[in-house]
Design a protein around this ligand. Structure first.
Ligand SMILES: Nc1nc2c(c(=O)[nH]1)N[C@H]1C(S)=C(S)[C@@H](COP(=O)(O)OP(=O)(O)OC[C@H]3O[C@@H](n4cnc5c(N)ncnc54)[C@H](O)[C@@H]3O)O[C@H]1N2
Ligand code: MOO
Length: 401
């Protein structure tokens, strides 16, 4: 099978990927979710003309000339408005958030009032009409559309929805990813390893990639290099309701690379397998009914770079989130060789130098080397057959952090 260009692979992987159906969640569980529909206000806020300060509700015409002596006829704390009316020469003691009593149109802050005792006050500083009053509906009116479909429910959006009297919200269902590692050589972190064994590391990074775009990840553990063992975990993923099944390893051409056979045996229709990319050549993609199957290469760096380039945009789409890779222009910090047929993603340190970005690739790029990926903050993207480039030449960098 010819190697598929990266852009075409991404296009095929994203084909038909749209926001999943909505579900209603209580506000307390809605942080970070994506609105499936607009949110309109179920009430007006504030619902009445309200005092913005602690002080005295007065008639402006009474406090035009200073000092102005007024008699206090009642009290209006927040939550318990004064039911009478403020007449000429009268004031009501009022607190922040309380409804402005009938008759009054202005609030004088208490710092500008002298208490004369016996229910009398003297206003000693001039004020403006309607000062310290929040008009009814200042924030929003009933029926106003406050939040649009697709809005990420950040702190302000959540408090606004609560204030608009929504106890729950319709949000896009979170994409659910099941992750299956494969390989006889793999054991989970914390294991006592035999001489031929290594730690299964990929699932942790891949799950974090999924979570970074709001997906839920279920790590189904490690299947031995046997078709029945892998098939059992694939069945488990299907039963769990996965939207996406991610397999790790076994995607290449070796005798123990069984993923393709197992997935097609379970009913997957293969879309593509093997792409013109480094790292990540053996990437596989297919559909098992509505479930998308992404076969990531086993090499740890290939697993994570493919997750960044393919899994992240796919899950973002399914989750109703816009997503764009952060690609910037930089100068090369050191020379690079001519490239071959595979689009290259080269681990690099990107730093700012006199207002410009300089990207310096690491000398070794073996796709087993995780430490260098963790040290890198960007990937220099080199087109297939890019000619050799000198230090100082312009390049594209996909920022990782
Ligand atoms: N003859 C060929 N051999 C290989 C080719 C090829 O085109 N022809 N492609 C190479 C490339 S490129 C890659 S990438 C790897 C990927 O192969 P697989 O997807 O089949 O991965 P495995 O063989 O299962 O494992 C490769 C490597 O990664 C380690 N591994 C696997 N899973 C995990 C995990 N969950 N956590 C940590 N490390 C993992 C595994 O132990 C191997 O060392 O194939 C090349 N070969
Ligand atoms: O794609 Mo592989 O990751 O080049 O080693």
């Amino acid at each position: 099978m010819a190697l598929l260009p990266v852009a075409e692979a991404l296009e095929r992987l994203l084909e038909g990927a749209a926001a999943l159906p909505s579900e209603s969640v209580p506000l307390a569980d809605a942080a970070g979710r994506v609105l499936a529909e607009p949110v309109a206000a179920l009430r007006t806020q504030p619902p009445f003309n309200a005092s913005a300060m602690d002080g005295y509700a007065v008639r402006y015409t009474d406090v035009v000339s200073m000092p102005a002596r007024l008699s206090v006829i009642g009290m209006a704390p927040a939550g318990r408005g004064f039911t009478g009316s403020v007449g000429k020469g009268e004031a009501v003691r009022i607190f922040t958030g309380a409804p402005l009593p009938e008759g009054a149109d202005t609030v004088v802050i208490q710092e500008n009032v002298r208490d004369l005792g016996g229910g009398s006050i003297e206003v000693i500083e001039p004020t403006a009409q309607a000062r310290n009053v929040r008009r009814r509906g200042l924030d929003f009116g009933e029926g106003d559309v406050l939040l649009h479909k697709g809005r990420d429910l950040d702190p302000a959006a959540l408090s606004l929805a609560a204030s608009a009297n929504h106890p729950s919200l319709n949000v896009v269902r979170q994409p659910f990813v099941a992750i299956i590692a494969t390989g006889d050589e793999l054991l989970p972190p914390g294991s006592a390893l035999g001489p031929d064994q290594i730690i299964s590391s990929n699932a942790y990074g891949v799950a974090a990639v999924a979570q970074s775009v709001g997906a839920r990840a279920l790590d189904l553990g490690i299947a031995a290099d046997r078709k029945d063992a892998i098939a059992a975990l694939v069945k488990k993923a299907v039963k769990a309701g996965a939207d996406v099944i991610v397999t790790l390893g076994g995607a290449s051409v070796g005798d123990h690379d069984l993923i393709h056979d197992v997935l097609t045996g379970e009913g997957m229709q293969l879309d593509f397998w093997k792409i013109a990319m480094r790292p990540g050549k053996p990437l596989m993609f297919g559909r098992l009914g509505d479930i998308r199957c992404v076969g990531l290469p086993g090499n740890p760096v290939a697993s994570l770079v493919c997750s960044q380039l393919f899994l992240k945009p796919l899950l973002a789409r399914l989750g109703g989130r816009p997503y764009r890779q952060d690609i910037r222009t930089a100068w090369l910090g050191s020379a690079m060789h001519a490239n071959d047929i595979r689009q290259d993603y080269v681990r690099a340190v990107v730093r700012e130098d006199a207002g410009a970005l300089v990207a310096t690739p690491f000398g070794i790029q073996d796709s087993s080397m995780l430490r260098m990926l963790a040290d890198a903050n960007g990937l220099i993207v080199r087109e297939p057959y890019a000619p050799a480039a000198e230090a100082g030449a312009e390049c594209s960098v996909l920022m990782l952090r």
